[in-house]
Design a protein around this ligand. Structure first.
Ligand SMILES: [Zn+2]
Length: 165
């Protein structure tokens, strides 16, 4: 998969103009992906409503994320969930009920060297994780503040996005 371009477009979910569109070439043809920096919803051109890919995604997806699905122009959009082992995680989390949810940010913290042997990495036998998710220190962000959540994790340089706008 090779990225051939990106730009900011208007988000069909929240109407902000900070929806990041990326275009890729793949063996199956061109794909566009979207991630809105305001509402955190994501989609791509393979997520058509009647597609096998969407069916599979729905089987693997948490109920909250499924419940928040939006349909626009025959594509399904979902709130994103991001895990970066070195930095942390961002995921949508219900507060009282599905409609009342927030972005939750959990940061990765270093595991002390003497404790790392308690955290084996199953994908690389014989190696151990150097970071763990600090579940005791959650930060929550409003639904339309995905950019703040992403910035909290150091995922994006806010200036780059705002200058491109
Ligand atoms: Zn949006």
């Amino acid at each position: 998969m090779k990225q051939i371009g990106d730009k900011l477009v208007t988000c069909p979910c929240c109407s902000s103009n900070a929806c990041y569109e990326s275009e890729f070439t793949t063996q199956e043809g061109p794909i566009k992906t979207w991630l809105c920096m305001t509402c955190g919803f994501t989609s791509n051109t393979t997520m058509t409503l009647d597609s096998e890919g969407l069916k599979q995604t729905l089987e693997l997806t948490a109920d909250l994320i499924k419940d928040l699905k939006q349909d626009h122009d025959n594509l399904a959009w979902f709130p994103t969930a991001i895990t970066m082992p070195d930095k942390g995680m961002i995921f949508p989390e219900p507060i009282k009920n599905t409609k009342d949810w927030r972005w939750t940010v959990v940061k990765a913290i270093p595991i002390p060297a003497e404790e790392q042997e308690k955290f084996p990495d199953p994908t690389n036998p014989g190696t151990f994780y150097k970071n763990k998710m600090d579940m005791k220190n959650l930060k929550r962000f409003d639904k339309l503040c995905f950019m703040d959540a992403a910035e909290e994790l150091g995922m994006f340089d806010r200036n780059l996005i705002e200058n491109a706008n």
